[in-house]
Design a protein around this ligand. Structure first.
Ligand SMILES: NC(=O)C1=CN([C@@H]2O[C@H](COP(=O)(O)OP(=O)(O)OC[C@H]3O[C@@H](n4cnc5c(N)ncnc54)[C@H](O)[C@@H]3O)[C@@H](O)[C@H]2O)C=CC1
Ligand SMILES: O=C(O)C(=O)COP(=O)(O)O
Length: 526
């Protein structure tokens, strides 16, 4: 596997990837043309916030399986393009939070006390103490837009400065505001009215781009100050420039610009601004954390593992993933069976999660089922990332449900596949901690461990069939490890699941199918 590191990450991360045996190329500052030229040979790319991972890049990246974002914001990565191609995008959202929060506070203090200008002044060998009078933070109101990881760290730290902290974040539960002792404000306009300093900590999205603009500045106290350590453009730069010039806004502290990495913003020319070149995550600690985290995630994602910080997958914590693992295996096995037996196009899938498994993350379990289902026909081109996309693009309706009652088992997953030619049902249960079993197929009861090479035989339920099948398989040099027979409750047929030592060839399958009393036979690979 080949990995391209396209932006600088810490040595710890590079070292980790190299010792895994992967082929690691470090090509920093490649021109766009050079990047597009070489990306085709890579299985993974690691970037920070500068490289645009977009449709143009995906079109050249014919081998790409993983995009590793060494950092938090993923606004430089086009998610739909990645998802439909099955490219997994991973990031490291917790690794640089402290640094970003501390930089926000550093910027805030620098702005309020005019530290950068005073520093430049004295370094030019001047000493005038009348030019830099600042303002205190104590007893001022800090308005936070976006009370997520960084916003809440800024909140608690600024409370220790004696600030009154209020926040606007409609997506965060009230309890979280109470827990942080932050006053919840229901409207952005109201936050603008009350704040002495406003700091933004949202991701850059269609909704947040320009969320603070000319209209919002009209609502502010005269002399408000603003901080943007999130993404360029969340505070509209033209509106901010105007508000700084007309005195509505007294100061702006900014780490991120709309046109970075090009230092062309008119904000750079104003005395009232303190600006850093996107340094929020630039500490030794954050870079070490980020580098190690992204390296591990890229390594795991390349091995097909479900990674905790996969951005285009449901988000799960590592402990949740661990608990989910045996159920994911079960869901995937159940998925794998249908297309090894039937070809009929799937119209609708009903998945019922029964018992304990009903309390777990159904979205991810359904992805595992769909991955299993499509792996049989699409092989490696399906994974957790694009499994649902594939189903939906084929017009398949997916219905998920739960049932607190799971019959004889603590947990089971029942799949009902609707096709133009009828319904196919399959149920799998988990035995012990992590043993998947097939317990029912189309009304035939079983207790089968789905593993390795298997054979499914449908035969007439008449004396001597087991011996006959044993003899036929023996003649074909097929060694049987286990055999599980189930009789139909409604017809004179039986179904038989066998585990065999080696794959059953098409020729042998034909011989088995022609054996007297055998109605059909399928070779399965689990
Ligand atoms: N300057 C730098 O070097 C760094 C910048 N960042 C940026 O910081 C930002 C925040 O990061 P985290 O706190 O980790 O993200 P987070 O996802 O933990 O928090 C973001 C919060 O914004 C809220 N939000 C989303 N849309 C909103 C809206 N329309 N109005 C109000 N609130 C809204 C969400 O509910 C969430 O609580 C991101 O843009 C990230 O890229 C992160 C690290 C370093
Ligand atoms: O992690 C983030 O979102 C950041 O903004 C840090 O970006 P960077 O990795 O320093 O280019």
């Amino acid at each position: 596997m080949k990995i391209l590191i396209a932006e600088h990450i810490a040595d710890e991360g590079i070292h980790f990837l190299k010792q895994t045996g992967f082929n690691v190329d470090i090509k920093l500052k490649l021109s766009r043309e050079a990047l597009l030229d070489c990306i085709g040979v890579y299985d993974a790319i690691i970037v920070r916030s500068v490289t645009k991972v977009n449709e143009e890049l995906y079109e050249h990246a014919t081998n790409l399986k993983v995009v590793g974002r060494a950092g938090n914001g993923v606004d430089n990565i086009e998610m739909d393009g990645a998802t439909k191609r099955g490219i997994i995008v991973v990031n490291t959202p917790d690794a640089n939070t402290v640094s970003a929060a501390e930089h926000t506070i550093g910027l805030m203090l620098s702005m309020c006390r005019n530290i950068p200008r005073a520093n430049a002044h004295i370094k030019s060998k001047q000493w005038d103490r009348t030019l830099f009078r600042g303002v205190e933070l104590m007893d001022k109101t800090l308005g936070i837009v976006g009370l997520g990881r960084i916003g809440s760290m800024v909140a608690t730290r600024m409370q220790s400065f004696g600030m009154n902290v209020i926040a606007y974040d409609p997506y965060i539960r009230r309890e979280r505001f109470d827990q942080l002792k932050v006053t919840r404000i229901d409207e952005l306009g109201e936050l603008m009215r009350q704040s002495d300093i406003v700091t933004v900590h949202t991701p850059k999205t269609k909704e947040t781009l320009g969320i603070i603009g000319a209209e919002e500045f009209k609502l502010c106290k005269k002399g408000v100050r603003v901080v943007n350590c999130a993404r360029g453009g969340i505070i509209d730069e033209a509106a901010l420039h105007e508000a700084l010039e007309n005195g509505t806004v007294a100061g702006a502290a900014i780490d991120v610009l709309k046109d970075e990495p090009h230092p062309i913003s008119p904000l750079l020319d104003l005395d009232q601004t303190v600006i850093t070149p996107h340094l929020g995550a630039d500490t030794y600690e954050a870079q070490k954390n980020v580098g190690e985290a992204v390296a591990l995630e890229v390594f795991e994602a390349l091995q097909g593992k479900l990674v905790a910080n996969a951005v285009n997958l449901p988000s799960l914590k590592s402990q949740e993933l661990e608990a989910l693992h045996p159920y994911l295996k079960l869901a995937e096995y159940i998925g794998k069976i249908y297309h090894q037996i039937r070809r009929d196009a799937v119209q609708k899938i009903e998945l019922i999660y029964k018992g304990e498994v009903g309390k777990m993350d159904k979205t991810t379990l359904t992805l595992a089922y769909l991955k299993g289902l499509y792996e049989i026909i699409l092989e490696d081109s399906v994974n957790y990332v694009n499994a649902r996309y594939i189903a939906e693009s084929r017009g398949v309706t997916i219905v998920e449900g739960t049932d607190t009652i799971s019959g004889n088992y603590t947990s089971s997953i029942a799949a009902k596949i609707h096709t133009a030619n009828g319904i196919f049902t399959l149920e799998g249960a988990l035995f012990g901690k992590d043993e998947p079993r097939i317990v029912d197929m189309n009304g035939y009861a079983f207790d089968v461990s789905p593993k390795g090479n298997m054979l499914l035989i449908e035969n007439i339920d008449q004396p001597g069939m087991i011996g006959k099948i044993g003899l036929t398989l023996g003649n074909e040099c097929i060694n049987i490890s286990t055999m599980n027979v189930s009789l139909s409750k409604t017809s004179a047929n039986a179904l038989m699941f066998l585990t065999v030592d080696a794959p059953v060839s098409t020729e042998s399958l034909e011989v088995i199918r022609k054996t007297d009393g055998i109605k059909n036979a399928w070779s399965l690979k689990m």
